[in-house]
Structure formats: structure tokens, C-alpha cells
Design a protein around this ligand. Sequence first.
Ligand code: ATP
Ligand code: MG
Length: 550
Amino acid sequence: MENKTASSNFIRNIVMEDLETGKHSKIITRFPPEPNGYLHIGHAKSIILNFELADEFSGKTNLRFDDTNPAKEDKEYVNSIEEDIKWLGYKWDELFFASNYFDEMYDRAVLLIKNNKAYVCDLTAGDMKEYRGTLREPGKESPYKNRTVEENLDLFDRMRKGEFADGEKVLRAKIDMSSPNINMRDPIIYRMSHAVHHNTGDKWCIYPMYDYAHPIEDAIEGITHSICTLEFEDHRPLYDWVINNCEMENKPRQIEFARLNITNTVMSKRNLKQLVDEGVVDAWDDPRMPTIAGLRRRGYTANAIRNFCREIGVAKANSTVDGQMLEHFIREDLSPKTPRTMAVLKPLKVVITNYPESQVEMLTIENNQDDAAMGTRQVSFSKEIYIEQEDFMENPPKKYFRLFPGNEVRLKGAYFIKCNDLVKDSEGNVSEIHCTYDIETKSGTGFTGRKVKGTIHWVDATNAVPAEFRLYEPLILDEEQEEGKTFLDQINPNSIEILQGFVEPNMESSKAQDKFQFFRHGYFNVDSRYTSQDKLVFNRIVSLKSSFKI
Ligand code: ATP
Ligand code: MG
């Protein structure tokens, strides 16, 4: 069920006030990803906030690729971002690329120079850092700060033409080297870079810095509320300075909220890219990744992600959400609509010695015990079946109610069977067990003659479909990070377990993204990367109950 009641939050209150006072008649928000990686669940929070806020007040939301850094950006990322937003269920009103505003950004920089509000500086990166000062000490004026307007115009033009090497010259805003806010100490607004840009090619040898580009992008598009994460709070004075001094007509308002953090999860494209590049995961959409593509491949639903993001709400202070909460929302979403079936992940063969040779009977089993509307299916039963290895013990402890020599259990949807004998391989492992069944105990016939304490699942060995199962634990262990170590030292060596087992024959034609609840094992999704004509591969989306400690 989709819980779509808009919950109140401080950003929504600001928007309502701006509409009531007539400051704005229509609101426009934007989602502005840098196309330097795939989106993650943190981005989902921002997407949901921006799109739903605008939607609630009949406003608009733009998708804007913030592609002002030529070095790290790629068309593959642009495509994946569009796909992920659509999959999450949102439609942007307009699609923009920040790089299409390079001309206007350049013109506004020239305006700043003409108004004596920007200058070309030749300090090296090292010197510039030293001149910047610290939180306690004011910065020092650059020796280049007093260049004339004419000289600055000429140098900036030559920067544009590519006459200088990368790092040789920058354009800086002329603000205040003694400001208590370091961001205001003559920040760089343009730098040299002889790089080829994915959109503008080699037209530009200078590129605008984020703090200069972003407010101009927002203003050009008439964004009313520019929502970003808390680390930009200290940049807001600079955002406003750019809007005002570049004489932008529209005056967007920057509002910061707390980014989403989740336990056992790295949430930065840079770190996620490292996991891909170093082969820790198989791709950006590895089911262990917190990327939208990874969650989708694993089997998470857009509905569950939306409900999760709405539930955690919008806060002004950073915090970390327990990963189990996301799991709760996925179970809640899948439970009513996912058919129950049986899969054996670690098979042990059972021979039912008193069952007629070569007889196959069809049993009718419900697809969801709690919902008759989901119907029934036919499941075959014969002399040989598979059960889970862990459902048999030769020497069981007390209170073990599954199979052991002399004990009787119920086979889900079938008969009672009793274990009489076992066979061991040359290494002494149990390779097969021998049981007898009682025809009187057939499921659905109302047998009440005696009770058994254990019910186990099974599949018919004569026609079971081989399948691979991939079980996951968190990719990152949540330990205190030791000094000098990075998140790469915290990779969980057991983040994936791959098992070869069987599913019911009627699942043979399953397609990528089909979802099932395997009796006692949890929710599974057919993997889209490894499933082929000859092989079914399942990802465990989530167990039935939380299985790991946090
Ligand atoms: P990353 O560090 O993962 O690259 P980013 O903030 O640099 O994140 P952008 O592509 O610039 O990534 O982000 C686009 C939008 O998504 C921004 O408005 C940003 O504030 C928001 N966003 C990014 N990460 C989170 C998060 N963890 N929670 C909420 N919003 C986020
Ligand atoms: Mg970034």
C-alpha cells in the first residue's frame, strides 16, 4: 500500500508560507545530480522530497544534470540517472544540462569583473591555501587582487582561449578575506581545464566552480526553492552573493536538510565507484549496492523505497537510520502480493521407500495461506524428493522437531513422512535418507489421527528445476573506523553466499524480476544479470525476519 499522505516538514512549511504571502504563485524545484556515478538511496530521498513537494502544490520539478566538471562525467551515468528516476515513479517537467548555461555563466563572470567584483589570480594552489587563513585567523589579500578591470578582462579572455596551463590562473570573487566564513574569502569561481566535456566538447578551457555555477543554474530556471544537503549551509551566503552580484532576475532560496545515512552503508558516489572499480562488487547494480539500480536488481520495489523515504521524513540535523527499517518497508510491500512457493537451497535427497515406483501425483497447494484470492498451484510429488540438509540430523539435540531417525514430520502440502534409515558417503556425510510416508495423512483431507511438531518444505527430485541462490549480508561492517583505515578495510567478507539447489518445476519459466516468497527462506527475486536460458539465479531480497544484528 502506498502511504501518500504528505507529512508536514519545515521545508513544506516554508513553501506554504511563500504561497500564502504571495512571494511565489507557483513553486519550482529541481533535482540536480552530477552525472559522475549511479544514484543511491540517499538521492532517492532528495528526488522524493523535490518531486512530491512541487506536485503537492501544483508546481514543477526539473531534472538538471549538474555537469560542470568535465573530468568525471559520463553519458552512461546520465542514462542511468534518467532510468532510475522514472523507475522510482517520477516525471520531470523539463530536462536541463548545466553545461548549456556555460555562455551565460561566462557573461555573468565578465559582469562581475566589470563591476570590480572578480579578479584573475596567479597564486599557486599551495599559496592560495596559505593565504586563505583558518577558522581562527583571517586570510591575507592576494597580491593580484588589485589588478585593473581592463587587465582582468584581458586575462579572463585569454583564460577562455586556453592561453594558460591548468592551474596557472583562476578567477576569484572579490569578497572579503577576513570574513569569519571561509567560503567568502575570495572563492575561486573559474579554473583552467584543458579537458574535453561530454556535452560541449573542447569549446571551453575554463570551467565554473560549483558554488558559482549552482546558484546561476537555479536562477536561470526560475527555481523557487533550491533544496540541498546540510553541508552547504555555510555556502549559503556565497550562493546569495552570486545571485545578487551577478544581477540574476530570479532569486531562488537555498534550503538545507539532513542527508540520509543508513547503518552498514556507504553513501557517496565516489566510494561506490571505488567498489566498482576495484571489483569488490560486480557492477554499479550489484544487489549489495545501495544504488537504485542495485536495489532494483536485488528486488526492492519503488513503492517500498518511497514509503521508507516518506516515513523517515525531513530533518535539520544529521542522523543515521537503521538499515532494518528499509527492510521492514520491503517486507510490508511484498508480503501481500508475492506468491509463496518452495525452494531447497542446500539439498538432501529423501527416498520414500513405500511410495510406488514411477508414480507421480499432483498436489494442490495454496499460493498464499493468508489470501485465498491468490489461488493454488499444482505441485508434483513422487518417490524421491529433496529437503534442506539442515532439516535432518542424525543425532539431534533436544527440542529438534525436524527429521531424525525414528521421527515423523509433515511435508508442507503433502504427507507425513518418517525417517527409518540413512546412507553415508565415503567421507561419512549423510548423502541420502530413507523414509516411509503414510497415505492417510495427505494434506487437505482433514487427517487428525496424530500430530507432528515439525513442518518442512521439499521439492520433487524427479523434475525439480536447478537454481542458484544468492544470499546477502551487509557489504560494509559497521565498526569503529581505525585510524588510517578506510571503508575498504570494513568490507564484510561474507557479504554474499552462493548456493546451488532446486525450485518447484512450475517456476521454470520465471523471468528476471519475478518475485517469490520461498517458504521459510524469505523473499527472492529472479536476477537480471546472471539468469539465462539454462540457469535460474535468485537474489534474496530480504529474509522473513531480520537475520543480522546491527
Ligand atoms: P555523492 O557524494 O553521493 O556524490 P552528491 O551530493 O555529491 O552525492 P549530487 O549528484 O550532487 O551528489 O546530488 C544530487 C542531489 O542529491 C543533491 O541535491 C544532493 O544534496 C542530494 N543528495 C545526495 N546524497 C544525498 C543523501 N545521502 N541524502 C539526501 N540527499 C542527497
Ligand atoms: Mg558530488
